[in-house]
Ligand binder design. Structure first.
Ligand code: 5RP
Length: 299
């Protein structure tokens, strides 16, 4: 028989109102608990920001420079990231299941770099994403491209499926070669993606009026990195993006194609989470790249 519960010792704190905190992410207050919890694993509740490492490039361009051996080049970086953006193939084959790193899975695909890139289909069932423990799925949306409607529908179908399970969708403004990445285009694309239900939008930085892109997008924006730049330029871009309203970055080549990816990741983290100015972030990069390499931590 269990012991009787002693009523004299109970504490009901009748005078203490139950804690009720607003969810910290822009536009995300009305989601279900599971959706918010997945987002809170990717975005740091303390800074409200994230540093995601994008390593999904192989889904259309095979063994991308810097990603030839994800086990060798990327796994040592994982303890420093807030989240990964990757394919289920690399996750299952390379990332240890004991890893505690949150991740978004690439959920669109089809054409290789040899074909019309925008002709994508949904390439992942959300049930598999859930089976794998994903915090979200990511999909390209080619606003203004030849496959605009099809890729918008890829996204809305994933949003509907994700809402059934509390799985956020990252809509990526995929800019075809013919489109200009200016604020006017990015405002249009980001807003359409958010209006149609994506919980997070990934987009490129533009030098002028980026703050109008973030201001007119009702959900968090993460900045995409794009092609490899000199480290100072990449740090300036990341710093400016968050100062101008982005909720973080989802960068790939500017980190893993750097001469010192671990040092670059540390510098990007300081710029994003602590607002470290670019020149100081570069100094940190230079210091760390010449520092002795520590033993990799567990992932
Ligand atoms: C393109 C993507 C990529 O697959 C990738 O995530 C891009 O990363 P980066 O441009 O920083 O190398 O989403 O839109």
């Amino acid at each position: 028989m269990p012991e009787a519960d002693s009523s004299e010792l109970k504490q009901f704190y009748e005078g203490v109102p139950q804690r009720r905190e607003a969810f910290f992410l822009k536009g995300s207050g009305a989601y279900d608990w599971g959706m918010q919890n997945r987002l809170a694993r990717v975005f740091d509740p303390a800074s409200g920001r994230t540093v995601m490492l994008a390593i999904d490039h192989g889904y259309f361009q095979g063994p991308t420079t810097g990603l030839e051996r994800v086990d060798v080049s990327i796994l040592p970086l994982v303890p420093q990231v807030d989240a990964l953006f990757l394919t289920r193939g690399i996750l299952r084959s390379v990332v240890p299941p004991a890893s505690r790193v949150p991740f978004f899975l690439r959920a669109s695909g089809g054409p290789s770099i040899l074909k019309e890139l925008s002709d994508e289909e949904i390439a992942l069932d959300v049930e598999d994403a859930l089976r794998l423990g994903a915090c979200g799925v990511g999909v390209q949306v080619f606003v203004g491209g030849p496959m605009e409607t099809k890729t918008v529908h890829n996204m809305t179908r994933l949003v509907d499926a994700g809402l059934r399970y509390g799985l956020p969708v990252l809509g990526v403004t995929a800019v075809g070669r013919e489109l200009t990445r200016d604020a006017k285009y990015l405002r249009l694309a980001c807003r359409i993606i958010a209006e149609l239900g994506a919980q997070v939008v990934k987009t490129y930085y533009c030098d002028e009026d980026f703050e109008t892109v973030t201001a007119s997008c009702p959900v968090p924006i993460v900045m995409a990195g794009g092609k490899k730049l000199p480290e100072l330029e990449a740090l300036e871009m990341a710093h400016r993006a968050v100062q101008e309203g982005a909720a973080g970055v989802d960068m790939g080549r500017n980190i893993f194609q750097s001469d010192a990816p671990g040092a670059m990741l540390a510098a990007v983290r300081k710029a994003v989470h602590e607002g470290l100015p670019p020149r100081q972030a570069l100094e940190l990069y230079e210091t760390l790249r010449h520092a002795p390499v520590p033993e990799p931590l567990g992932v």
